[in-house]
Design a protein around this ligand. Structure first.
Ligand SMILES: Cc1cc2nc3c(=O)[nH]c(=O)nc-3n(C[C@H](O)[C@H](O)[C@H](O)COP(=O)(O)OP(=O)(O)OC[C@H]3O[C@@H](n4cnc5c(N)ncnc54)[C@H](O)[C@@H]3O)c2cc1C
Length: 608
């Protein structure tokens, strides 16, 4: 659907525009959505974000607090006890996180509702949002385990207004989780003692429960972990309020999320029994990886919320800043950079809300969402950094004034690519999908229905509580070019498709190109495939939401450029000979976008 249909006033157009308005970059401070200013549209009668009671309560709290107070607390690194008391009173975290099976309040874990909640949360304060993110991690680690009473207890704690924590990281081991030193040792049949330290653990000052990853050490008689083999992993539940053996060592001061509480703690001689064990061995590992896979995915919505608020501030400043007798935004290079930031932000949102459909539709047989979660981490979080960089170029000194949201956004956006497994790790993971993404298609696989367009039912997906991340090679995909058919009249989409075809041919014709043992090479392949998978879901959502052709053309302009850069990085690796380099060079393409198309995007970004 193009411009002509956008300007007609049929009921279908009203639906189309309302739907697209829901997913366009937006604000929450009372400004209209970008589509709301276009001619002939039926006004979006309700706000699907603020229609949700939990998100509305959240917005009310932060509007009442005001930016000045928030920034003061950020500067003072002041813990947000007022927010936690408010969320406890309204049982906000229990309402968005609790699974239907354990909720006594009639709540359920609805992924669309939770994604919008997190987007709105980060729009107001990523530091406060971090307490919900960490509660999610603590809760899901328990829900993905095998201990039913602990699951019930964790949800009950949320319902009492408590928060949870996730204790996986250790100071000296970072991402190398199998190297951890936190241990539990069996002292008598069914009795254990736990000890060790954990580092960078959010909410640990107030958490009712912490899910802690440990290794099971051999006991005095040599039982427990088997000799000559790596000690098996165990996931245990700690209850800091009831445990004298847990000692806070220090708060770790961080560049981002300054008002949050991230800390190091130590456990010495903590006695526990089997009722505190969440899971053991393979199940413990699966519970941690499954939790991280979803946690990193949901973090992407925080990147979106941060960029939306920063965009709003930058756009307002450039409209009111008069330079040489005109608003600064009238300067063509600023207008162009703001349009690029807008197109990148729209792409982040189109991708993330489409990936959400795959998460909603996931089953034991359809685990495509695992690729899209990795790409969400590798792309959406890093695209957020690019958006902030573009906005920063435009806003100038104003963005460094410490009473702006912008200054906080510049810091916090950079944290997201390294939390819950780094962007590198997720590029490496993405590369592992290359063989199945390009070959042995499962033609019968359908696209999932759309939550945002209203063709998928909202509600809970019970599979998410038992999801497993392994056996990536068994995950099938339908033919990879299907998504682009609807947009074949758009030249930049055709260019992108040509780039994909050439990349696929390179992998197919060179067996050596499929060997991912060299990590630098794997990351370069992962960057190419991540850009392709990103383009796929953007194309799908653009069709489902009838995104105007001008928007699609500019988004694919950026994707063609990004893919060209990824191909050049690949070509510059030392292992390729001249013929392979020549083939990769053919993947480099120059996008072509008309001035009218950029003007269309600029007009949209002007309404922000
Ligand atoms: C503010 C904040 C809050 C946090 N909250 C929590 C929390 O609540 N609970 C918790 O358990 N942890 C938490 N963390 C820890 C966080 O998840 C860590 O970033 C994580 O433990 C990784 O350690 P690291 O960042 O030191 O990176 P390292 O693992 O030391 O990595 C260093 C570099 O190596 C790269 N790298 C590492 N492994 C690979 C690989 N396999 N492939 C490719 N590249 C790789 C990384 O990308 C990075 O560039 C928090 C961290 C911060 C900063």
């Amino acid at each position: 659907m193009g411009r002509r249909q956008l300007l007609s006033s049929t009921p279908r157009t009203a639906l189309t525009l309302s739907t697209h308005a829901v997913i366009s970059p937006r604000g929450f401070s009372g400004s209209p959505t970008p589509d709301a200013n276009e001619a002939h549209i039926a006004h979006v009668a309700h706000d699907p974000y603020l229609d949700d009671p939990a998100t509305l309560k959240l917005a009310q709290f932060f509007r009442a607090k005001g930016l000045a107070a928030l920034k003061k607390e950020d500067r003072d690194e002041q813990w947000y006890a007022d927010w936690l008391a408010y969320q406890a009173e309204h049982r906000i975290y229990a309402s968005v996180l609790s699974p239907e099976r354990f909720s006594t309040l009639g709540s359920r874990f609805d992924v669309l509702r939770y994604a919008r909640f997190l987007e709105t949360f980060a729009y107001f304060s990523p530091a406060h949002g971090y307490s919900a993110q960490v509660s999610f991690l603590g809760l899901f680690a328990i829900l993905m385990g095998c201990n039913e009473p602990l699951k019930r207890e964790a949800v009950a704690e949320l319902e009492c207004g408590g928060v949870l924590a996730f204790g996986v990281s250790e100071k000296t081991h970072g991402s190398d989780l199998l190297a951890g030193d936190f241990t539990i040792t069996e002292t008598a049949p069914g009795r254990f003692v736990a000890g060790g330290t954990k580092y960078y653990i959010g909410n640990s000052n107030v958490a009712a429960m912490i899910a802690v990853l440990a290794k099971r050490e051999k006991n005095a008689s040599g039982g427990g972990g088997e000799r000559h083999r790596r000690a098996p992993l165990v996931l245990i539940a700690l209850r800091p309020p009831q445990s004298k053996s847990l000692r806070h060592l220090r708060r770790i001061r961080t560049l981002g999320v300054r008002a949050a509480y991230v800390a190091e703690f130590e456990v010495k001689g903590h006695e526990l029994d089997a009722s505190d064990v969440i899971a053991e061995g393979r199940q413990a590992w699966d519970a941690v990886l499954g939790t991280v896979a979803l946690g990193k995915f949901f973090l992407g919505f925080a990147s979106i919320g941060i960029c939306e608020h920063a965009f709003e501030e930058a756009a307002r400043h450039l409209r009111t800043r008069i330079l040489y007798g005109k608003p600064a935004i009238a300067m063509p290079h600023l207008r162009f950079a703001m349009s690029q930031a807008y197109a990148r932000l729209a792409a982040m949102k189109l991708y993330a809300y489409r990936a959400l459909d795959y998460v909603r539709a996931a089953t034991a047989q359809d685990r495509r969402y695992l690729l899209f979660c990795a790409v969400q981490k590798a792309k959406v979080s890093t695209e957020g950094v690019k958006v902030m960089s573009l906005l920063s170029e435009c806003i100038g000194a104003k963005g460094f004034e410490s009473d702006t949201y912008f200054e906080l956004a510049l810091r916090d956006i950079q944290l997201i690519p390294s939390l819950e497994s780094s962007a590198h790790i997720n590029l490496g993971l993405t590369a592992q999908f290359a063989a199945r993404y390009f070959d042995r298609f499962e033609r019968s696989l359908d696209e999932p229905a759309s939550l945002v367009a209203g063709t998928a039912t909202t509600g809970e997906n019970p599979h998410l509580f038992e999801a497993r991340t392994g056996a990536v090679a068994s995950i099938a995909f339908p033919p990879f070019l299907r998504a682009y058919r609807a947009h074949k009249s758009i030249p930049n989409v055709r260019r992108f498709v040509r780039q994909i075809r050439r990349f696929r041919r390179l992998l197919r014709d060179n067996p050596a190109a499929r060997d991912l043992t060299n990590i630098q090479y794997a990351l370069a392949i992962g960057q190419c495939l991540a850009t392709i998978a990103y383009g796929q879901l953007i194309a799908e959502n653009a069709r489902l939401l009838d995104v105007p052709a001008e928007m699609i053309s500019t988004i694919f302009n950026l994707l063609v450029t990004d893919f060209s850069a990824a191909a050049l990085s690949l070509a510059s690796l030392p292992q390729f000979d001249a013929p392979v380099r020549r083939r990769i060079r053919r993947m480099v393409a120059i996008p072509q976008t008309t001035q009218a198309e950029w003007d269309f995007v600029a007009a949209r970004s002007d309404t922000f």
